[in-house]
Design a protein around this ligand. Structure first.
Ligand code: MTE
Ligand code: MO
Length: 209
């Protein structure tokens, strides 16, 4: 068959990192059960190496009263599907950094969720203006299975770096692996570089296992 009889390949979507496919709808994906929200005991804590050496915390009303913002971002699951073009509303991570400043030598954060799920990030990634503690997607409050009342969205990282049901942010003076990073996934998780698995890590990409 001649070259001219072949269909041209479909144009690739510039929003899709290598190896990802867009999927319609919004599947829910997580390890373990969906936690039940308990408004009376819920809080969001910032602890670890804070500038004041004190822990900061907000109850649900206090968190709800924080200044809010909206960002547009895609979710890239390492299992190779992407949910494109969501509008996330919530509290910018940079607002937490202002209200609960880290000590000068903080280099990383661990974001903690219900049941001990965690994800580590470089401070610069957490401080990115697009990183958001989201309470709403496309104008609607998150459902329980998608992280109600609040989940992290980190646009430039695979989605496992965005815990649902966030409860705390720990400021760290050295890097430490989170839940999936300890279980074979890449410490940095940049989808544009296809940093999926820890065996791909170069020296300096993460702490020793
Ligand atoms: N607490 C918690 N957050 C989590 C996970 C999890 O297992 N527990 N899974 C992550 C992964 S791998 C993905 S792809 C996204 C999926 O988000 P969604 O269920 O809203 O699509 O949540 C992330 N956040
Ligand atoms: Mo994922």
């Amino acid at each position: 068959m001649g070259q001219s009889e072949q269909e041209p390949p479909p144009p690739s979507d510039p929003r899709l990192p290598p190896g990802q496919r867009a999927r319609r709808g919004w599947p829910a994906l997580h390890y373990g059960p969906v936690p039940r929200f308990k408004p009376l005991t819920w809080d969001l804590q910032v602890f670890g190496a804070t500038a004041s050496a004190e822990k900061h915390s907000w109850d649900f009303d206090g968190f709800t009263a924080l200044p809010r913002t909206t960002v547009r971002a895609d979710l890239h699951c390492v299992t190779k599907f992407s949910v494109l073009d969501s509008e996330w509303t919530g509290v910018s991570a940079s607002v937490l950094l202002e209200l609960a400043p880290p000590a000068e030598d903080v280099s990383h954060v661990m974001v903690w969720a219900e049941y001990g799920y965690s994800a580590n990030l470089r401070l610069a990634d957490f401080a990115d203006p697009a990183t958001i503690l989201a309470t709403h997607r496309n104008g609607e409050a998150l459902t329980a299975e998608h992280g109600f009342p609040v989940r992290l969205v980190v646009p430039g990282r695979y989605a496992w770096k965005g815990p649902k049901w966030v409860r705390a942010v720990e400021y760290m003076r050295a890097d430490r692996r989170g839940f999936w990073e300890e279980r074979g996934y890449h410490n940095l998780a940049d989808p544009w570089q296809e940093q999926r698995y820890s065996h791909q890590e170069e020296p300096g990409d993460g702490p020793l296992r």
